[in-house]
Ligand binder design. Structure first.
Ligand code: ZN
Ligand code: MN
Length: 262
């Protein structure tokens, strides 16, 4: 019986049955990071989880608990680590947490994993975590474990971007707490968006280099890198549909043995 989506909500016995039946594991990765005065700090974690949950409504897949701490926020894409509340991991900690949980999934019999990243700065360290785990699994003779790794925003269709940004797209890096994330939150978690607190500073403009210690003055005080004005739940639904159909399609293509959800 396939009824639950979240691993946290399953008993070990039903988890075991699902894994033995070939269920896919979806692991969302996010951050605890400021997202302006209008969005919660768990935005990246919640959005990666929402994409995973939408996929698990279509395929025989289990959503593992989201990794809610991420790699250090960078000024040019997340506002920076200097904001109160932005609570981050060192690179090797993040890679090792991923390595450890991936090995556990494999030890319990899972053979397919999709890592859904929702926090830009995590990217290389999720790759490292996958690589470390795969190397160790290979040493132990487990050669048939497969991982798909993705950033969900890469599944945004060009037509959707044109509809959402008729005046031109500022770029995914500057989309921190801006139109896309705010629209997605209005779609998935409207009660967590404070529309009365939308800031109107930005867009941020950065030079083509970094300086350390961080020049916090380069970052708008609100923490938002582009204005979120123009966000809406309808735009959020367009984006969410792109991610649900795009990610599900990629999994069907690469892992053809994964069953449809019954
Ligand atoms: Zn974000
Ligand atoms: Mn982020």
């Amino acid at each position: 019986m396939i009824n639950r989506i979240f691993m946290n909500e399953m008993s070990w016995t039903s988890y075991q049955k699902r894994i033995e039946g070939g269920a896919l594991i979806l692991l969302p990765t996010g951050a605890t990071e400021q997202h302006g005065p209008h969005l919660p700090m768990g935005t990246d974690a919640m959005l990666a989880t929402a994409v995973a949950a939408d996929v698990a409504k279509k395929l025989d897949a289990i959503v593992a608990p989201v990794l809610s701490f991420g790699y250090k926020s960078q000024p040019k894409m997340g506002g920076g680590n200097h904001f109160c509340g932005t609570t981050s991991l060192d690179a090797d900690t993040l890679a090792h947490v991923l390595r450890d949980v991936i090995k556990e999934f494999a030890r319990h019999g899972a053979r397919k994993l999709v890592l859904i990243n929702g926090h830009y700065e995590n990217m290389m360290f999720t790759i490292e975590g996958v690589d470390l785990a795969m190397r160790e699994l290979a040493y132990r003779g487990i050669q048939d474990f497969q991982v798909m790794r993705l950033e969900y925003w890469d599944f945004t269709k060009r037509e959707t971007l044109e509809k959402i940004f008729p005046g031109g797209f500022p770029g995914f890096d500057l989309e921190h707490a801006a139109v896309m994330e705010t629209s997605l939150m209005l779609h998935h978690h409207p009660h967590l968006v404070d529309m009365s607190a939308l800031p109107d500073d930005g867009p941020a403009s950065f030079p083509p280099y970094d300086i350390y210690p961080t020049r916090t003055g380069w970052v708008p005080c609100s923490g938002v890198l582009s204005p979120a004005q123009g966000c809406s739940a309808e735009k959020g639904k367009l984006l969410a549909d792109d991610y649900a159909t795009g990610v599900t399609g990629a999994i069907r293509k690469e892992f053809p043995n994964v069953k449809e959800r019954s």
